[in-house]
Design a protein around this ligand. Structure first.
Ligand SMILES: Nc1ncnc2c1ncn2[C@@H]1O[C@H](COP(=O)(O)OP(=O)(O)OP(=O)(O)O)[C@@H](O)[C@H]1O
Ligand SMILES: [Mg+2]
Length: 203
């Protein structure tokens, strides 16, 4: 029986997820809630090795998708489900919506294949809520240029990120009750205010 809540955070690279997950984590802990902060790909020792391969090595989209789900399987079994079972809230920086956005939306991978893997790896597990940081690729690129050097995904074209953004918005429309969309072009404090107000309704 799962007691905790599984919250995932999505959006194109540079949308501001890390900044806002920090704020939500801090606020939830102040409410006395145990928080497990994690990320995909990664979240486990094996998952972090897979993450390093995914970010550095060129590979086929099929291999890439399978590696994401291999990392996810490990993450679910060893981190997400045990935390939820003991009543913790899991805040995951990306999850399966990112596979639909990047591999299906960005790279034209067959969504039916992702659905099959999702069912194989997750069974009935779905996030309780997914926070989508919606931002234009132009603004995201300006932010990242100031912040750090690009990895293999961040080096994709503006057009790629336009498709990823559209795929995220399409997911949000299909799963409207699960998604909470934030306008990530706002000032950080305004985004935090909107996020924490929404999070009050999750408790
Ligand atoms: N609302 C905001 N307005 C302006 N700049 C922001 C905002 N939020 C974050 N930033 C800055 O933009 C950069 C990217 O933010 P952040 O790392 O939080 O994004 P991210 O979505 O976690 O990116 P990634 O997906 O690459 O991990 C950072 O330099 C951060 O300080
Ligand atoms: Mg981040």
């Amino acid at each position: 029986m799962q007691q905790g809540k599984f919250i995932t955070f999505e959006g194109i690279d540079g949308a501001g997820k890390t900044t806002q997950i920090d704020a939500l984590e801090h606020w939830l802990e102040k409410q006395g809630i145990e928080v497990v902060r994690t990320r995909e790909p990664g979240g486990t020792p094996l998952g972090e090795k897979i993450r390093a391969m995914l970010l550095a090595d060129d590979m086929s989209v099929t291999a890439e998708t399978l590696l994401f789900f291999a990392s996810r399987a490990e993450h679910i079994e060893r981190v997400v489900v045990p935390a939820l079972e003991r009543g913790a809230w899991v805040l995951s920086d990306r999850f399966t919506d990112a596979t639909y956005a990047y591999q299906v939306g960005g790279k034209n991978y067959d969504p039916a294949k992702v659905e099959a893997l999702e069912s194989l790896v997750q069974g009935a597990l779905q996030p309780f809520k997914t926070v989508l940081f919606d931002l234009s690729p132009d603004i995201a690129a300006q932010r990242l240029a100031k912040a750090r050097a690009a990895d293999r995904f961040e080096a994709e074209s503006r057009e790629f990120f336009r498709r990823v953004r559209e795929a995220y918005l399409d997911r949000a429309q299909r799963c409207a009750r699960r998604f909470f969309i934030l306008d990530a072009s706002l000032e950080p404090q305004a985004i935090t205010d909107a996020l924490l107000q929404e999070a009050q309704s999750w408790i």
